[in-house]
Design a protein around this ligand. Sequence first.
Ligand code: ADP
Ligand code: ASP
Ligand code: MG
Length: 437
Amino acid sequence: MKVFKFGGTSIGTAERMKNLIPLIGKNDNAIVVLSAMSGTTDRLVKLSSLLYNEEKNEASSLLNQMQDQYLEVIADLYLEESIISQANDLINSHFEYLRSFTLDMFTLLEEKAVLAQGELISTALFQLLCKEKGLNSCLLPALNFMRIDENEEPDTSYIQRNISKELHAHKGYNIYITQGFICRNAFGEIYNLKRGGSDYTATLIGAAINAEEIQIWTDIDGIHNNDPRFVKNTFPIDELNFDEAAELAYFGAKILHPTCILPAKNMKIPVRLLNTLNPEAQGTIVSDQLKTNTTIKAIAGKDGIIAINIRSDRMLLAYGFLRVIFEVFERYRTPIDMITTSEVAVSLTIDNQQYLSEIISELQEFGSVAVEDNLSIVCIVGNISPENQGYAFRIFESIKDIPIRMISYGGSKNNISILVKTELKSETLNSLNKGLF
Ligand code: ADP
Ligand code: ASP
Ligand code: MG
């Protein structure tokens, strides 16, 4: 079985949805994971913030606008009257449900339910299209099998058990359509896998059913060597190993959800990145079977980084110092991305500032603490083992005019990370591009 995931832009218009039919129609055993239509989740986020602020009129007019646009999509999407009328009823009932949130207090769990509507709508509309086009397809509700645990990590054994149950209950179809992004939490409430999470749904499903391949279809022909939003003339990379792709995703390559490579890596399932706007393009294959092994493959940048420096004479020649520091971050469930140490100081970075003030006040018990925000990690990924001499020189030569706040090398042989001010990220990505490719 293969898993196909189509992102928001791939189903952004009626035309684009129709273009997917020949792409998936050839398959006789596939799970299709869909995001919300492009723009929908952003608008549902906006709607939630209006509802938190009790701006009910603005919320209602946003809902009216969205509903009208969906009704226009329906008019372009289907030919059969009975399908059009089913689709209209479907949209009207989802928007009636969304309007019910304008009546009362708005909470976090209600926000999750609001955000889930994008994927619930897109999959239902797409299933009706498949039906009209004669594909032997059915909907598999992700809320029946996709679940996270108390630590907000995917509950893989639950997912595996329950997706098998669902597939068993819906035997005999060629195409199973399901929602990306949405899931339930440990208490059974509607939740999600964070922004961009449909990629993660696809790889979690791929791992749960031991898929032959996971294909992530988006609006660009594979993973590029640099971030095309900041750098001109980037080019697609033919192949990456799982660790390289995981590092790129984690360090900001938006084409992949930060942690979506891990389930595929664990099960050694190849992930192919393909372009719905150019389906003939070769794209990128992520696997453990690389044909070539070039040194430096790609660069990515991740914003929203905070650096924390702890300075203490007590660290000099002391053991156990790093442990007590790490324990503070563990208590506040805040992952550390980069770390460097000297005899009397340690600098580290985090990207989640939810508990920043608590963390700082606990760290102050061990020494003086300095915090700097508005930073970005720029990460250079490839086969960067120490035996491949010369690349470090090329990296630092290319950014010799850019002030570097921290450097991390040696943790993995796939990556060198550099911390810079966010205002210098674009310049850093471009200078590295010139120097390395
Ligand atoms: P989808 O809606 O299909 O999930 P995304 O917008 O999440 O699509 O991801 C695709 C976008 O990721 C591309 O349009 C591109 O702008 C951006 N991107 C950032 N870094 C990279 C990269 N290294 N390679 C390819 N695309 C990248
Ligand atoms: N619709 C969600 C988002 O916009 C999930 C996804 O697109 O992957 O973040
Ligand atoms: Mg995405």
